[in-house]
Design a protein around this ligand. Sequence first.
Ligand SMILES: Cc1cc2nc3c(=O)[nH]c(=O)nc-3n(C[C@H](O)[C@H](O)[C@H](O)COP(=O)(O)OP(=O)(O)OC[C@H]3O[C@@H](n4cnc5c(N)ncnc54)[C@H](O)[C@@H]3O)c2cc1C
Ligand code: SF4
Ligand code: SF4
Length: 160
Amino acid sequence: MKTVCELNMCNGCMACVEKCHRNAITIKDDLKYYNALIDTKKCVDCGLCTKVCPRENDNDMSKPKWWYQGWADSEIREHASSGGAASAIIRAFIKHGGYVASCLFDSGKFVFEVTNEMAVARKFAGSKYVKSNPEKIYGKIQSLVKANQKVLFIGLPCQV
Ligand SMILES: Cc1cc2nc3c(=O)[nH]c(=O)nc-3n(C[C@H](O)[C@H](O)[C@H](O)COP(=O)(O)OP(=O)(O)OC[C@H]3O[C@@H](n4cnc5c(N)ncnc54)[C@H](O)[C@@H]3O)c2cc1C
Ligand code: SF4
Ligand code: SF4
């Protein structure tokens, strides 16, 4: 069995799946571990999957540049997990013309969406204490950034 990163070390960020133009990678979820399996019949050894894998590369573990805490008004907090800071920042970001990429619950799945519409962004509120699936979001963000749009990403550290 050939895997993108070391066995049982995959964090499920899905970056390799999105990067592989040969469609050669499948994520196997054993609940305890993720593994990114490579179909050697399809793989052409281009190395792109390893290049994007956070497990296979040194990460820049820099300290946060800023650190704030705060809370939103009660109307926002009612729908949020905690103080509603995320929802308030999302709202402000969209109001100023930006896009937001985050996790929502859709047809039984915890998927990622990117939007500049508040009606969609409202679905981001609240924590989903499950493995969310960011598959295909990176390419969408890349296209928006290349088109000079501002994108706010809210997700788990491995996805960031
Ligand atoms: C898996 C997980 C573990 C956490 N563990 C801790 C912890 O140990 N200690 C701690 O202090 N806080 C933890 N948090 C954060 C905390 O539970 C709340 O999410 C946070 O305080 C909410 O702030 P808020 O009210 O501003 O967010 P909200 O306004 O409710 O917005 C929540 C944001 O988080 C995003 N989000 C929610 N679930 C997921 C998910 N599964 N994957 C990706 N994005 C998601 C939403 O899309 C939204 O953008 C965790 C969150 C998650 C999702
Ligand atoms: S080496 Fe290239 S072709 Fe093979 S799995 Fe990785 S990205 Fe796909
Ligand atoms: S890129 Fe992400 S999903 Fe792919 S093997 Fe590495 S950690 Fe796992």
